[in-house]
Design a protein around this ligand. Structure first.
Ligand SMILES: Cc1cc2nc3c(=O)[nH]c(=O)nc-3n(C[C@H](O)[C@H](O)[C@H](O)COP(=O)(O)O)c2cc1C
Length: 185
């Protein structure tokens, strides 16, 4: 797939199955991610690969965090949270490891990590695999961050789910005139 096609046809997959991109494909995907623009070359991104049984450990962490946030959660809701990481054979937790820098504010570092996540998902698509990006309350939960070994100052920018597309999504884009205008108008 050429770059133009990859950029304009990527869509979040609805359902993913085995196999995940592994070995050379995964290396290519991660190489594309770390080519993202990054002011000051701070390399503020980290990628935690969660696959196989580790997804169950992550599911337990998510359920435990939900129980702490909302002690009244039903067992059904906790089980749904526990099962989330099993929606794909691989998750990549994309983390922003922020540094104090007089010239590069946090927002620029977080944006760079977002760009890396986008590159990662476009590269996944270009190689014929699928992905989707999730956040939700668990991405901002201190218990989850701690379990993943992050500092309080770090951010989970996304849980990226990767695998083989079993149900594709539809590529949609807004009309350009809704989002583009000449300035001053
Ligand atoms: C920062 C960020 C967080 C997201 N979190 C969620 C989420 O928690 N749940 C969800 O369904 N989609 C989430 N998405 C995915 C978007 O909803 C999805 O990309 C959007 O619907 C556009 O669809 P497309 O990827 O097929 O173009 C997130 C996307 C971004 C960039």
């Amino acid at each position: 797939m050429d770059a133009w096609e990859a950029l304009t046809t990527r869509a979040s997959a609805v359902k993913l199955g085995e196999p995940a991109p592994e070995n050379h494909a995964l290396e290519k995907i991660l190489s594309a991610a770390v080519r993202a623009l990054d002011n000051g070359r701070l390399r503020p991104w980290r990628f935690l690969i969660v696959r196989g049984e580790a997804r169950k450990i992550l599911g337990d962490v998510l359920a435990e965090a939900l129980k702490t946030r909302e002690p009244g959660s039903t067992e059904r809701r906790l089980e749904a949270e526990r099962l989330k990481p099993l929606r794909a054979p691989m998750l990549i937790v994309v983390v922003a490891t922020l540094r104090d820098n007089p010239k590069i504010p946090d927002i620029e570092q977080i944006v760079a990590v977002g760009a890396a996540a986008q590159n990662l998902l476009v590269a996944t698509h270009a190689l014929g695999f699928g992905g989707f990006w999730r956040t939700g309350e668990s991405a901002y939960d201190p218990h989850v961050k701690q379990a993943l070994g992050l500092r309080a100052r770090d951010h989970i920018v996304g849980f990226l789910y990767l695998g083989t597309i079993t149900q594709p999504g539809v590529a949609r884009a807004p009309e350009l005139d809704e989002v583009v205008s000449a300035w001053p108008s």
